[in-house]
Write a protein that binds this ligand. Structure first.
Ligand code: FES
Length: 520
């Protein structure tokens, strides 16, 4: 089996029974904020795109690049489709001209022609990607690969049961706006960023340890930020609170926990995998490349400047009455929303900065009051400040997922009262009837069927499944003193009170183990 690195989470897998192109991403994403790092635009996409199969893991723009798919990927390719609850991914791909689909069932192996076997695990909670994220398992001639991508399965046993995995590709770096966009003192931001960076690595080690593959490939990040306004997010300033460490940092940190089977793929690197070995060739010296990272980014920044300028010029739509349009789009959804609206539990304010850079229009999405209206000098749950032009563009294009556009762009600042609230982001990624209904249904089902099993961890008896997204706490839960941390997403719980310290709601059921309680 041959794996060619094609940048970020993208790769091409070649076997004698056919090739699979995964997540080709080249065009800037999220309001021209994210670019693939290292640059992959110079690859021979004409020939890479001549593939037998196409796998697009999910709809996030750094995985689903419509422009690139349209131009470079053969429409004769058969799409390996994750089993998502909505048909959006399939619809988008059909729109681009793909007609051949293998509709997979989650966790079921599909036998393709010539002895190629694949399995896709689709994750479908409202907090997984844009209502869906997935991993691809591939087997050919005894060699097995898991492209875990940036998916966060609660458990990898479904893959380990299929036999030893030789290549494990997974995310290790950040792909979020926290904590950089928060209006916090720099020292607090650095402290939170440091914690976040550590948590990302801890989660990665946990997955690696669960799968115990022969080789580990750090993929799916980090992106690079080439607009001057976002340049500071690149991890080139020695900032320990930067959440975007690159592959060379991964190798260094991995070595500290005893990992010596890491393989970095640059765009154009080729790994030849057998059941016994992995031989990799690179287009350039890898260490040298990362040693010159800043120069590489500076060169890219100059080259991509016109692309960013052209994108910016397309965002303004002064004819749009933002308040009126937000009312039209959001109010009917507020009306229907039970769980999400209740979960947000307060007003969310958008401060929209005009073209002059000074004037501000403040609009409130009032979740309890179920309306969108001008801000009324009240306390709000969250406040977002962004350019009015960005929201105009979202409304102009009818964007149903403001996470997969505005929030991931990092082109905003934020403040909040109290803890992180997942429902805020879940709502703003569900600005369509179909998505909202799905998310409401999901929460309904999960809140009704609260997991009843308890397990003992250290001195505590706690519910087995994490109140966040049901990770098995016997595997992901770490207890220090009275605090439990679930390593899947790093959420923390105070066991004495059951309170979630990371997000509102999400109480955990916990009590001292009997002999422990008797001793006190
Ligand atoms: S499942 Fe997300 S923190 Fe536990």
């Amino acid at each position: 089996m041959r794996v060619t690195g094609t940048g970020h989470a993208s790769m091409r897998i070649d076997t004698a029974a056919g090739s699979i192109l995964c997540d080709p991403w080249v065009s800037p994403a999220y309001f021209a904020s994210w670019f693939p790092f290292p640059d992959n635009s110079q690859l021979d996409w004409e020939s890479l795109g001549q593939t037998d199969y196409l796998y697009v893991s999910h709809l996030h723009r750094d995985h689903f690049d419509a422009e690139h798919l349209k131009r470079f990927v053969s429409k004769k390719a058969t799409v390996l489709l994750p089993a998502y609850p909505t048909s959006e991914l399939e619809d988008e791909l059909r729109e681009l001209g793909f007609t051949s689909f293998v509709e997979t069932t989650t966790n079921e192996v599909v036998e393709l022609d010539g002895g190629l076997r694949v399995m896709i695990q689709a994750l479908t909670s409202p907090t997984d990607g844009p209502i869906g994220d997935s991993s691809l398992w591939v087997e050919y001639d005894g060699v097995r690969l898991l492209n875990q991508n940036d998916a966060r399965p609660t458990d990898l046993s479904v893959f380990t049961e299929l036999g030893h995995v030789h290549a494990h590709m997974l995310q290790f770096s950040g792909a979020i706006w926290y904590p950089m966009v928060y209006e916090l003192p720099q020292t607090a931001k650095t402290a939170f960023g440091k914690q976040k960076r550590e948590r990302q690595f801890d989660r990665t080690w946990r997955y690696i340890d669960d799968l115990k593959a022969s080789y580990v490939f750090p993929i799916a990040g980090p992106p690079c930020f080439l607009d001057d306004e976002l340049w500071q997010f690149n991890d080139i300033f020695g900032d320990e609170g930067n959440i975007f460490p690159d592959q060379s940092v991964f190798i260094r940190e991995y070595a500290k926990v005893g990992g010596d089977n890491g393989v970095v793929l640059l765009p154009g690197s080729v790994a030849e995998l057998t059941t016994e070995s992995c031989t990799t060739t690179h287009p350039t010296d890898v260490d040298q490349f990362f040693a010159n990272k800043k120069a590489h980014l500076v060169e890219m920044r100059e080259r991509k400047r016109p692309v960013i300028e052209a994108a910016k010029a397309s965002w303004r739509h002064p004819e749009i009455d933002v308040l009126k349009e937000m009312k039209r789009v959001i109010e009917p959804l507020l009306d229907e929303s039970i769980y999400l609206a209740k979960g947000v539990g307060g007003p969310v304010r958008f401060d929209l900065v005009g073209y002059d850079g000074e004037s501000v229009e403040s609009i409130v999405v009032d979740f309890p009051g179920k309306q969108v209206r001008p801000y009324g000098d009240e306390k709000v749950r969250y406040r977002f400040r962004t350019d009015r032009a960005l929201v105009e563009h979202l409304l102009h294009t009818g964007e149903v997922d403001w996470v997969n556009s505005l929030f991931l762009s990092c082109r905003f600042s934020a403040a909040r009262i109290g803890q992180y609230n997942e429902f805020v982001y879940a709502f703003f990624k569900c600005l369509s009837e179909e998505r909202l209904q799905y998310a409401e249904g999901w929460y309904d089902e999960h809140f009704q069927n609260a997991d009843a099993e308890d397990v003992r961890i250290g001195d505590w008896v706690v519910q087995r499944r994490c109140p966040h997204l049901k990770a098995d706490l016997t595997r992901f839960g770490i207890i220090e003193g009275n605090q439990l941390t679930c390593q899947l997403h790093g959420w923390r719980f105070d066991l004495a009170s059951g309170r979630c310290l990371t997000s509102v709601g999400h109480q955990i059921r916990a009590s001292k183990a009997p002999e422990q309680a008797n001793r006190e």
